[in-house]
Design a binder for this molecule. Structure first.
Ligand code: GLN
Length: 316
């Protein structure tokens, strides 16, 4: 067993969870009604080790949309199918130092990285881009379910429709990218490209699902529940690098400093953290801080590092 004293470990994780329950900071995202109506008190955590030991606390079975956490898995799928060289012909690896939805490109006129909206829209436009929309959506649902080892993955159509109805910024971003030839040649409809991106943001998971997905990343791309390889080993390394430098919006540098683990957050309040070769952790608490990260999620990660030597550079 990768974590031999499992019960002791779980007790200490539960203590951190309980401590973070006292935090009442932050504000639930309110740019669409489906997010603003979520109960801010909901708080779930689930963990899954690379050998399939699992535990959960709180609201770990309640579905919510993945939002920007999808960016990590969309990149994983794209890079596994197309190779890193092709994907990175369209998108860089550098933190943008700008807001996640800002209208800006890097010096090569490419999106800075796959974890900001511009990069994520381009990455999703690369996936099975000769297929029709229905087949592309179904393909991604299948890939998510594989990465999640068969745990619940759904689709929230209300979120999708709301995202699409309030998409001015993402449209502006996409027209700007079209002007700069950022899209692959096969993209002839911006609205289809954006629909696909919004559909992926609107995929629904639970903490239990997201923990297995994070554990697949911790395990080099092989799902610890099914032992099926779903992400190539190089793309897995690459996505963890990107999560480490760009996964937490404009807090990414500070998170890498204080926590030292690859992570990705989304506006639904989901935060996944990966401890490579050990465990995947999913936290869900909707109130967000000013950067857009879950307040309790970030507090949990800091407390985890206080109590364990999981920081990337703790072992020196
Ligand atoms: N779906 C939203 C957008 O693309 C936000 C995604 C996120 O979690 N930041 O603008």
């Amino acid at each position: 067993l990768i974590i031999p004293s499992w019960n002791q470990f779980c007790t200490r994780i539960r203590e951190i969870y309980e401590k973070c329950q006292n935090i009442d900071d932050g504000k639930v995202a309110d740019y669409i009604p489906q997010l603003s109506r979520v109960d801010p008190k909901k708080f779930g955590i689930s963990i899954c080790t690379i050998d399939g030991q699992r535990a959960s606390w709180g609201d770990a079975k309640i579905p919510f949309c993945v939002q920007s956490v999808s960016k990590a898995f969309n990149y994983s799928v794209a890079a596994s199918e197309l190779g890193a060289d092709l994907v990175h012909a369209y998108v860089g690896q550098e933190p943008s130092g700008r807001l996640f939805n800002e209208i800006c490109l890097d010096n090569n006129n490419k999106p800075h990285n796959p974890m900001v909206n511009s990069g994520a829209i381009i990455v999703s436009s690369l996936i099975k881009n000769t297929w029709n929309m229905a087949d592309r959506f179904e393909h991604m649902l299948t890939q998510y379910r594989k990465i999640a080892g068969g745990e619940y993955v759904g689709f929230n159509n209300a979120v999708f429709l709301s995202e699409r109805a309030t998409a001015d910024r993402n449209y502006a971003l996409s027209y700007y990218m079209k002007e700069n030839n950022c899209f692959p040649n096969s993209t002839n409809s911006l609205s289809e490209a954006l629909d696909f991106y919004f559909q992926l943001c609107s995929m629904e998971v639970t903490c239990e699902t997201a923990a297995v997905m994070a554990a697949t990343l911790a395990n080099g791309g092989v799902c610890p529940i099914t032992e099926e390889r779903c992400i190539g080993s190089r793309p897995c390394r690459d996505v963890l690098s990107l999560m480490n430098s760009c996964g937490m919006y404009d807090y990414s540098g500070q998170f890498a400093f204080h926590v030292g683990l690859p992570a990705k957050s989304g506006v639904s309040g989901l935060l996944i953290v990966v401890i490579p070769n050990l465990v995947g952790i999913a936290l869900w608490s909707p109130p967000l801080d000013k950067m857009g990260n879950s307040c309790r999620g970030v507090a949990f990660c800091k407390e985890l590092i206080n109590r364990f030597n999981f920081h990337n550079y703790d072992s020196l």
